[in-house]
Design a protein around this ligand. Structure first.
Ligand code: PBG
Length: 333
């Protein structure tokens, strides 16, 4: 009671009085099964290599990748997204190792499938940038521009070798026009109708991918602005989304997550397929760096960032913290 009349007329604070009350009325909950772990595997190493700009994340050996997959599974994480890092000498203009059945990504897919079977959803990044010497997501034409349709031929072949190697889901991330349709056809042609496509439907050209370049050892020449989307646009995302669904996407993704929650909310409102969001390398690095300096509470910031992404409409979240967070959620933290 105060002496200034009838305000406040309502008291929303009543529902915030105790932790139990707040827990009861929480509208968004995180569950381990919401989480997908992105993981890097590097060819020709015997010990995991730490990624400087992503403290706590490593380039795995084949062996430690298998262990990471089991650890994720045991924590209740629902999927793993694999990225392959070939030996530098094997990179070329066409990204040939991306379609070599013995290329690192295919080898790792077979390893992980043998280790966890169907208990974890095994996903593979379907893109050429990890395998090309110029670092672009596609092949280049005579003028050095990324050639859309020639790249589609490479993606079709990639989809087939990845499916053959044991991927349950392929995730085209190169933003070429027509990629989802071509990949669907390529998979169906070899009898892989059951392999699903998680389309990076909405993928922006983002400065926050920076640490990923180190993670996959890519030295990108130029930028990706002719194929990834302009951060200024939202209507364009709706068009990309519609095209991917028409072409047969089973699930769609918005990437990055944190700076694009408005896009995520709009996408989630407009589709009837599962929606994923990718909390990317730069989002991870910012929290870790600020926490290391003692400027924010690391664990609280991680949970808050993931809760925000869930609240905005992502059913699944790809995050480098997947296993750690799933373990904590399992302990009721
Ligand atoms: C493309 C790809 C990228 C990421 C995932 N897939 C890099 C890019 O598009 O530039 C970024 C992931 C991250 O930053 O965590 N193969």
């Amino acid at each position: 009671m105060n002496s200034y009349g009838s305000f406040p007329g309502a008291r929303p604070r009543r529902l915030r009085t105790t932790p139990a009350m707040r827990r009861m009325v929480a509208e968004t909950r995180l569950h381990p099964a919401d989480l997908i772990l992105p993981a890097f595997v590097r060819e020709g190493i015997t010990e995991p290599v730490p990624i400087g700009a992503m403290p706590g994340v490593v380039q795995h050996t084949r062996d430690t990748l298998r262990k990471a997959a089991v650890e994720a599974l045991e924590a209740g994480v629902s999927g793993i997204m694999l990225f392959g890092v070939p030996e530098d000498a094997k990179k070329d203009a066409a990204g040939t190792v991306g379609t070599d059945p013995d290329g690192i990504l295919q080898v790792a897919l077979r390893d992980v499938r043998a280790e966890v079977g169907d208990d974890l959803v095994i996903m593979s990044d379907l893109c050429l940038d990890e395998f090309t010497d110029h670092g672009h997501c596609g092949v280049l034409d005579a003028d050095g521009r990324v050639d859309n349709d020639a790249t589609l031929e490479r993606y079709a072949e990639m989809a087939q070798v990845q499916a053959d190697a044991g991927a349950h889901v392929v995730a085209p991330s190169g933003m070429m026009d027509g990629q989802v349709g071509v990949i669907r056809d390529a998979l169906d042609t070899i009898g892989k109708e059951d392999v699903a496509i998680l389309a990076y439907a909405v993928k922006y050209s983002s400065a926050f991918y920076g640490p990923f370049r180190e993670a996959v050892g890519s030295s990108l020449q130029g930028d990706r602005k002719t194929y990834q989307q302009d951060p200024a646009n939202l209507r364009e995302s709706m068009r990309e989304l519609a095209l991917d669904l028409e072409e047969g996407a089973d699930m769609v993704m918005v990437k990055p997550a944190g700076p694009y929650l408005d896009v995520l909310a709009k996408v989630a409102d407009s589709v009837d397929v599962p929606v994923a969001a990718y909390q990317i390398s730069g989002e991870y690095a910012m929290v870790e760096a600020a926490a290391e300096k003692g400027w924010i509470d690391r664990d609280k910031a991680i949970l808050e960032s993931l809760t925000g992404i869930r609240r905005a409409g992502a059913q699944m979240i790809l995050t480098y913290w997947a296993t750690e967070v799933a373990q904590k959620l399992g302990r009721g933290v």
